[in-house]
Design a binder for this molecule. Structure first.
Ligand SMILES: [Zn+2]
Length: 289
């Protein structure tokens, strides 16, 4: 049985099958704590048996809000309070950067920031501004081993990125350096990319792009320092050049802050032969202008 969306548009139910990606993650030692995923490892031959099992688990583990833990009526959902703290990004927004305009001044397609410093990527889109429950969800996914959140967040991204997905040949996550991957145990961008690629039925290439340099935090750096920090950080694998050739690539990340990483990734992919690069994230930093 596939997941279902609720009427509010963002909360989703947990899948029932034993998806291979979870098995792969479990095999790599990822700690997955949601009861829904624990039982998803079981092989259930009949749909009604699966439903019965899920109902039983619902009694043992009542569903809780994915952001704050408050009781909700279905798994993988947001409570009403958290829902109201999410600033969903809707048009009018900059068609390049995807950042919302404070005022609808009509007819304007590009923000002053995009005109003054055009991004390397073609278009960026995000579900929400990086604050409130959206920020909390990103942190839980990234630092709290809550990899199961990638399903709910990825499905929200499908909606926000529908135009980009319609044009995409290939989905590529922003990679972590292998040492950071070893420490964190999973790459949150890769987890989101797998969810998105699976639902959109677009191939996901996890190996095309490599992070070959450990970069320090971008926080507090000037624009030129950020550029230096990320210079040469990403590289397309030689073996992936053929796969990328003339492809319209959609890059997936959990959050876009300054856009420097997205630009560095786009630059590497274009050098590696990609035709165009778009960027889809769950959240993006919105500076009021
Ligand atoms: Zn909540």
């Amino acid at each position: 049985m596939e997941t279902t969306e609720n009427g509010a548009g963002g909360a989703v139910g947990a899948g029932s099958g034993p998806p291979s990606r979870w098995r792969a993650l479990l095999a790599r030692g990822a700690r997955i704590s949601l009861p829904a995923l624990r039982w998803s490892r079981m092989r259930l031959p009949e749909a009604d048996l699966a439903q019965t099992a899920r109902a039983g688990l619902g009694l043992i583990y009542p569903p809780s809000c994915i952001a704050c833990g408050a009781a909700v009526d279905r798994p993988q959902a947001l409570c009403a309070d958290c829902w109201t703290t999410i600033r969903f990004i809707e048009r009018p927004y900059c068609e390049r950067l995807g950042t919302p305009f404070a005022l609808d001044i009509g007819g304007t397609l590009h923000s002053p920031a995009a005109i003054a410093d055009p991004p390397v990527f073609q278009r960026a889109r995000a579900v929400a501004a990086y604050d409130g429950a959206a920020r909390s969800l990103v942190h839980k996914l990234k630092y709290n081993d809550r990899i199961e959140l990638s399903e709910a967040l990825g499905r929200m991204m499908l909606r926000a990125g529908s135009e980009l997905l319609a044009d995409a040949d290939l989905v590529v996550p922003v990679p972590l350096h292998r040492w950071r991957l070893w420490r964190r145990r999973f790459n949150q961008a890769a987890a989101l990319a797998q969810v998105i690629a699976r639902h959109a039925q677009i191939p996901c290439d996890m190996q095309a792009l490599r992070r070959v340099k450990i970069t320090r935090s971008q926080v507090g750096l000037t624009r030129s320092q950020r550029r230096d920090n990320l210079s040469g950080a990403f590289r397309v694998a030689e073996s992936a050049r053929l796969r990328l050739a003339q492809k319209r690539v959609l890059v997936i990340d959990d959050v876009v802050t300054t856009g420097s990483t997205a630009n560095a990734v786009a630059r590497a992919l274009l050098r590696g032969g990609a035709q165009t690069v778009d960027v889809l994230s769950f959240a993006c930093v919105v500076t009021e202008s």
